[in-house]
Design a protein around this ligand. Structure first.
Ligand code: ADP
Ligand code: MG
Length: 332
């Protein structure tokens, strides 16, 4: 299974085999922590030096984005927007403005299932693997009222953002995807770079030609037995993003609550164990994977099936696998 990425009930391996890349190319690969999670970047190029240059440029770009969007870094522009909620609009770079604009588009597309203003709830839920009481509904409701993407006011004239009093935004569900897209852009722009992979803790973007027979093969684990792949598919020039964090959760009376919030209830979502989205754009894949958790299996699949070039796989809490209409899986 060396060449496989396994997705499904639990992600087994996230490596991307470099022997899928043309023999004549020279490759480089690096793992490191960025944006609070493990990243792995790989590149193939006409020389090893160029491959490393691509990786270093990719890392620089991801670090730059982290500084822009991190809400735990008090110095970031995003933190400034949050700090000044209810007080005054904050002028931001066009890049951050555009990211928020696109996030609001996804909110509209998902009928509010995706909402970067979910972040007002981070004073309520702590997904730190501890046992917690489910919060009193009055407390949850008070915080939930602050979630409303339509109240993220964008002024195109001066690219400023204004949040109402008590609101807060966070890019936990879209930032890694955006960073992967950008890293690909800077890496692939370097002359001599033939292909690469950015793997942001399971948000994976690959491009360039893969000449080996195996190609870039993704294996899907049997939800009932994570060591056993049940199906596979080949992808390239695609993002494959899996949501379903096995580290961020809390327990309450034996029940596990994962870190995605339903903006309509203010409570963590239930019913789905993992969502994988496959589409050309890592940012959209990232945002949609999170959205499907909130929408649930039926509405989630309906949405995926409606958008062209977007495919998905859902594993529900019962261990059943659901896939989108046009996804062609090969079964073992
Ligand atoms: P993962 O971290 O497993 O890749 P996601 O991409 O689904 O997961 O992102 C989950 C994160 O998204 C949460 O930790 C939180 O920061 C943020 N989030 C939670 N609920 C929502 C929501 N309804 N809309 C947008 N972002 C959300
Ligand atoms: Mg996401």
């Amino acid at each position: 299974m060396k060449n496989l990425i396994v997705i499904g009930y639990v992600m087994l391996t996230l490596g991307w085999s470099l022997n899928t890349i043309a023999q004549s190319s020279l490759t480089a690969k690096k793992s490191l922590m960025l944006m609070g999670c493990g990243f792995e970047l790989s590149a193939s190029a006409s020389s090893e030096k160029i491959a490393w240059q691509a990786i270093n440029e990719g890392i620089k770009e991801i670090s730059r984005i982290e500084k822009l969007i991190s809400s735990w870094d008090a110095e970031s522009k995003t933190s400034e927007v949050n700090r000044l909620a209810g007080l005054r609009p904050v002028k931001v770079d066009k890049e951050l403005y555009d990211l928020i604009y696109r996030a609001k588009k996804v909110s509209a597309l998902t009928d509010g299932a995706f909402d970067i203003s979910f972040a007002s709830m981070d004073r309520i839920w702590y997904f730190d693997q501890t046992e917690q009481h489910l919060q009193d509904s009055a407390i949850v409701n008070a915080a939930r009222e602050k979630i409303d993407y339509q109240q993220i006011l964008l002024n195109p004239n001066d690219t400023s953002i204004f949040l109402a009093q008590g609101m807060k935004i966070g890019f936990g569900a879209i930032g890694k995807g955006y960073a992967a897209n950008r890293a690909k852009q800077v890496m692939s722009a370097i002359a001599g770079v033939k292909g690469g992979v950015v793997n942001a803790s399971g948000d994976l973007l690959s491009w360039g030609e893969s000449t080996s027979e195996e190609g870039r093969k993704i294996s899907i684990a049997n939800p009932k037995n994570k060591n056993q792949p049940i199906a596979w598919l080949k992808v390239n020039n695609m993002a494959i993003v899996t949501s379903g964090d096995y580290e961020k959760y809390f327990l309450s009376q034996g029940k596990r609550y994962a870190h995605i919030i339903n903006p309509k209830t203010g409570y963590p979502t239930t019913g789905i164990t993992s969502v994988t989205i496959i589409c050309p754009d890592a940012e959209l894949a990232d945002a949609l994977a999170t959205s499907v958790f909130v929408l649930g299996t039926v509405n989630g699949l309906e949405l995926i099936n409606k958008i062209s070039l977007v495919e998905g796989i859902i594993i529900d809490d019962e261990g059943a696998l659901h896939q989108s209409k046009n996804l062609k899986l090969n079964y073992y």
